[in-house]
Design a protein around this ligand. Structure first.
Ligand code: GCO
Length: 259
């Protein structure tokens, strides 16, 4: 159910939010946070059945949710979906570009498909969906774009060169959006998670050695929980961030602060 914000600065009532890749994981957690702050949600994913199930659960909590199943790596499909959402649900006030995958492999063994799939889903999709949404936000003189980067926007580790390249590019695409669209009343920023317990990282968390390394490498001494991203999402989606632009907000338990 909607949780009335302590401060109207963080109230998203009357706002519509499209969150890509929001049928699970961090996307779903951020979507829930926006809805609890009053936003009407449009959930996106490629699996219509999964979206329908998740939407029903959110509605059962009293939240306002519709779904839009489309492939964010397909420009024409994204443009058509955005047009349909704007016609049927209303103007998109908040866009969270969250869709992302992992295809881990050492660079010398990485296939072209593994490279292209990650770059298209984790980087190009943000361009394609934002290119469809931004003109409408510009016409309205306001809009919030939040790209989901990563600590891998700044550092890498072996076997995720495609993912790090994509997230590094997404950091700079965020700044490019900010410098082009700020004069129209839009704010484009990014949230960069550290290591969170999600389906994407389940195998890593279950690996005793990797889990020990992450808990030692992260000053907070633990993995993040998906709901711990909701506050950053509400902040960047709300009036509280109207003069924040081109910023990357790291939610990483202190990981990037530590050697
Ligand atoms: C990995 C992980 C990371 C994290 C995320 C941290 O293989 O190291 O999947 O990429 O999920 O990027 O923000």
């Amino acid at each position: 159910m909607k949780i009335p914000p302590a401060n109207p600065l963080f109230d998203l009532s009357g706002r519509t939010a499209l969150v890509t890749g929001s049928s699970q994981g961090l996307g779903l957690a951020m979507a829930r946070g926006l809805a609890q702050a009053g936003a009407a949600l449009v959930l996106n994913g490629r699996d219509e059945q999964k979206l329908t199930t998740v939407a029903a659960a959110l509605r059962a909590d009293g939240l306002r949710v519709t779904t839009a199943a489309f492939d964010v790596t397909n420009g024409a499909a994204s443009a058509a979906a955005v047009a349909r959402i704007e016609d049927e649900v209303g103007g998109i006030d908040i866009l969270i570009n969250n869709a992302g995958i992992q295809r881990r492999a050492p660079l010398v063994e990485m296939t072209e498909e593994q490279w292209r799939a990650v770059l298209e889903t984790n980087l190009t999709s943000a361009f394609l969906v934002a290119r469809a949404v931004a003109p409408r936000m510009i016409a309205r003189g306001r809009g919030k774009i939040i790209n989901i980067c990563s600590v891998m926007s700044e550092v890498s580790r072996p076997t995720i060169g495609n993912y790090a390249a994509a997230k590094g590019g997404l950091k700079m695409l965020t700044r490019a959006m900010a410098v082009e669209w700020a004069k129209h009343g839009l704010q484009a920023n990014a949230i960069a998670p550290g290591y969170f317990e999600t389906e994407l990282n389940q195998a890593l968390k279950e690996n005793v050695e990797f889990n020990r390394w992450i808990c030692g490498r992260t000053p907070a001494g633990r993995w993040g929980q998906p709901h711990e991203l909701a506050g950053a999402a509400v902040f960047l989606a709300s009036g509280a961030s109207d003069f924040v632009n081109g910023q990357i907000l790291y939610v990483d338990g202190g990981l990037l602060a530590a050697l």
